[in-house]
Design a protein. Structure first.
Length: 297
C-alpha cells in the first residue's frame, strides 16, 4: 500500500515540476514561489478553521487538523524553514536549467536519503529491494552526467550548484519527515507546514525581491502558478500517508517518489523540446526497471 502511495505521489510530483517550469518561464522566481505557497495555505485553511471552531465535523476523518501545542509546531516550523530554503534554490535552478537536466539532479536525493535512513533509522532492505534500489540509483547518477553534452558544468554554472544544494536540503527534509510522522499527526504537519511557508516567504519577498523588482525580471501572473501548489498538495498528501503506514521505509519511498523524473523528462522532450532526448531515454528505462523491482520486493 505504501509503495502504491509513493507512486501516486511521484505522478503528481512530476506534474508539479511541469507547472513550475511553465510558471517560471520569463518570470520572477520569488513571486511565483510566494503565490504558489499561498495557494497551498488556502487549500488547507478551511480544514484548519473547521477543526478549530467545530471539531466534531471533521473529528475521526483524515481531514481533521489537530493543534498539539507550540512545542509540536516548533518542529513543524523547522521543517518549513528547511523546505523554503530548498524551494528557493530549486526554483531558481529550474528556471535556468533544462527540465531534462534539473529533474535528474533532483532525483539523486534518494542517495542521500538512503544514507541517512540507514544511519539514523536503522532501516533494513530485502535483497530484492536492494537490487532495485541500486539499479535506480546507478541510473539516476548516469542521468546527472548527461548534462555535460549540453555544455553544463559545475565549474561554470552556478544553477547546477543551486540544484545540488536544494536537493541536499530536500533529503534532509525527507529524513525529518520520517521523524515527524512517527510522532505527530500527518495532517497537522502538512496543513500547518503550508501556512508557515507563507510566513517564512513573506519577508523574503518583501525585503529581497520587492526593492529590486524594477531592475530584475518582472513578475507576470500565470494561471499555472496556483496549480504548482495544487499538485504538490496531492503529492505530499500521498507521501505523508505512505510514511504513516507501519513498516514503510523512507529509503524506498524517497526513491519511488523521485521517479517523478519520468514525467518531468517526458515533458522536457515533448512539451519544452529539449535536446539529447535519445541518450537520456536509456537512463529512463533503467530507472523504471529499478522501480519495478523495488515494487515487486
Amino acid at each position: 500500500m505504501w509503495v502504491t502511495l509513493a507512486i501516486i505521489s511521484a505522478l503528481f510530483l512530476g506534474i508539479y515540476d511541469i507547472s513550475r517550469k511553465k510558471s517560471l518561464e520569463n518570470n520572477a522566481v520569488l513571486p511565483v514561489l510566494f503565490f504558489s505557497t499561498i495557494t497551498g495555505a488556502v487549500l488547507f485553511s478551511p480544514f484548519i478553521i473547521i477543526s478549530a471552531v467545530t471539531p466534531f465535523v471533521l473529528s475521526g476523518t483524515m481531514f481533521y487538523v489537530p493543534f498539539s501545542g507550540l512545542h509540536v509546531h516548533a518542529y513543524i516550523f523547522l521543517k518549513s524553514c528547511i523546505v523554503a530554503s530548498s524551494w528557493i534554490l530549486t526554483f531558481f535552478a529550474i528556471k535556468h536549467l533544462p527540465l531534462t537536466t534539473a529533474s535528474p539532479i533532483r532525483s539523486t536525493a534518494p542517495v542521500w536519503t538512503l544514507m541517512g535512513a540507514l544511519a539514523i533509522f536503522g532501516e533494513r532492505l530485502s535483497t530484492v529491494q536492494w537490487a532495485g534500489l541500486v539499479i535506480s540509483l546507478v541510473f539516476f547518477y548516469l542521468f546527472t552526467l548527461s548534462g555535460r553534452r549540453e555544455g553544463l558544468s559545475l565549474k561554470n554554472n552556478k544553477w547546477l550548484w543551486f540544484m545540488i544544494a536544494g536537493t541536499l536540503l530536500g533529503s534532509v527534509s525527507a529524513l525529518y519527515d520520517k521523524f515527524l510522522i512517527k510522532r505527530f499527526d500527518k495532517m497537522e504537519v502538512q496543513a500547518w507546514f503550508s501556512v508557515y511557508q507563507v510566513v517564512i516567504l513573506s519577508p523574503v519577498l518583501l525585503f529581497l525581491w520587492y526593492p529590486q523588482r524594477k531592475t530584475s525580471t518582472p513578475f507576470t501572473w500565470k494561471w499555472n502558478i496556483p496549480f504548482i501548489a495544487f499538485f504538490l498538495v496531492f503529492a505530499d498528501f500521498a507521501y505523508f500517508w505512505a510514511l504513516s503506514i507501519p513498516g514503510a521505509l523512507i529509503s524506498i519511498i524517497s526513491t519511488v517518489r523521485r521517479s517523478n523524473v519520468i514525467v518531468s523528462f517526458s515533458a522536457g522532450v515533448f512539451l519544452f523540446k529539449e535536446k539529447n532526448a535519445r541518450s537520456k531515454m536509456y537512463y529512463m528505462v533503467g530507472i523504471f526497471a529499478g522501480i519495478l523491482i523495488m515494487y515487486i520486493g
